[in-house]
Design a protein around this ligand. Sequence first.
Ligand SMILES: [Zn+2]
Length: 236
Amino acid sequence: MNVPQLKSLLKLQKNDLTLIQLKKEAQSVPERQAQIKKNAQSARDQATAAQDAVKACESAIKQIELEVETAKEQINKYKTQQMQARTNEEYKAFEKEIANAGEKIGELEDKELLEMTRLDEVKADLVKAREVEAAAEAQVATEIQELEERLNVIRSTFAEVKEGREDLVAEIDKEISDRYMQLLNKKQDAVVVPIRQDSCNGCHMKLTPQTLHDAHSQQKWTNCNFCGRYLYDDGE
Ligand SMILES: [Zn+2]
């Protein structure tokens, strides 16, 4: 174990962990953008559905009003015919038809009242759906852009951090840096870790006396028997 090399290795690890973090964040951006767009689409769909419900309700009311109009015309027709009735039976028959039509109008008007109440409800739903839609559209406009800007920051930070990497690698024995890279690729987490309470700070397993002795003596590179991480004694 070579103390200056350990310092370089720790510096390299710090940079590499930053690179891993940045890469993960960059990879999550498209998914986050897609989710924002998906939310906006769903808000648009709900607003359209709410608009359709209002239209359906309005057309139902119009239909009822037409039926009321038709029934009223029918009553007028019956009344004219009733006046021309030749027999008492005929007269009474028209009277019955007029009463039936009047009853139907009453039913239609009750139905219309219900539809009117429903119209108020669906209109209120539409106002809410439009608000949600506007908020979602605003979110698309701002957050997609913010994520795009964040991506640019990530890219430039990534390039900056990566720039000094080769110099650091050159300061470390190839065998050690190769092993370090293998471990890092596998764990995607810290692979050069301190000893804490006689345990590996990576996998938290209790280390053997021999491993502890090797790490404390700093005479050679020491790896955890369990997870293979490089161990170092920082005196804590
Ligand atoms: Zn370990």
